[in-house]
Design a protein around this ligand. Structure first.
Ligand code: SF4
Ligand code: SF4
Length: 217
């Protein structure tokens, strides 16, 4: 009996160690994600001085093809959504479903996270595809006016985000969140698993890309 108790304690200790190691690894990756965002912001800052963007200006969130995110960014957004009160979570869940339904037809679809007052519901954790958007002239249907240097910097930043999330995927945010809602996929992904064939039936029709293959075309 004493021996079994001892084995149990040791097993519990190992699980605790593993959980602590995983938490530390997750924190390190979250820090690297934040650093990539900050590096972009710092380098783009001088160009953004002339931007005409202001809170409540939301054409870029309404006339939207895709709001792209990596799975890693999706995990961060998912955690943020889970911290919200239940009524808000339910409302967002419906908006995401509606967004996925509308995305089946061609044309622009309003971002599911844009609130009635035209502000972003997930602003602190919005993905890089939103962080890179600015314009030097008011957007009037022709899309934002940006510097070539910033567009180049943004492409490099996307590549860095995909390298950081090497066993993950990228694509429209409401699809990435749907993928991450799958318990089996999430557990496999969080354990470092990589098997695109496993999700191909979901990923292909929704245009998701494989981060590891980015830039190899
Ligand atoms: S990118 Fe265009 S629509 Fe978006 S905030 Fe800036 S000016 Fe407004
Ligand atoms: S996530 Fe926020 S910033 Fe990005 S498109 Fe949606 S409402 Fe706009």
């Amino acid at each position: 009996m004493g021996l079994r108790l001892d084995t149990l304690r040791r097993k519990k200790g190992l699980v605790k160690d593993e959980t602590a190691r995983k938490t530390a690894a997750d924190a390190a990756i979250a820090e690297r994600l934040e650093r990539i965002y900050q590096d972009f912001q710092r380098q783009a800052a001088p160009f953004l001085e002339g931007a005409v963007c202001r809170p409540g200006c939301a054409r870029c969130c309404i006339e939207v093809g895709n709001v792209d995110a990596t799975t890693l960014e999706g995990m961060r957004i998912r955690a943020f959504l889970h911290s919200l009160p239940r009524p808000q979570r339910l409302e967002i869940g419906k908006a995401l479903e509606r967004n996925r339904r509308l995305k089946r037809k061609p044309g622009y679809v309003r971002c599911p996270f844009l609130q009635k007052n035209d502000t972003c519901r997930i602003y602190p954790v919005r993905p890089f595809s939103c962080r890179q958007v600015y314009s030097l002239t008011p957007c009037t249907g022709a899309g934002p006016t940006v510097h070539r240097q910033v567009a180049h910097l943004a492409r490099e930043t996307v590549a860095a985000l995909q390298r950081l999330d090497a066993n993950g995927y990228a694509g429209h945010l409401s699809y990435i969140l749907e993928l991450l809602d799958d318990d089996q996929f999430r557990a496999f992904y969080l354990a470092g698993g990589f098997d695109p064939a496993r999700i191909m039936h979901f990923a292909r029709p929704r245009g998701l890309s494989i981060n590891r293959l980015a830039g190899t075309d």
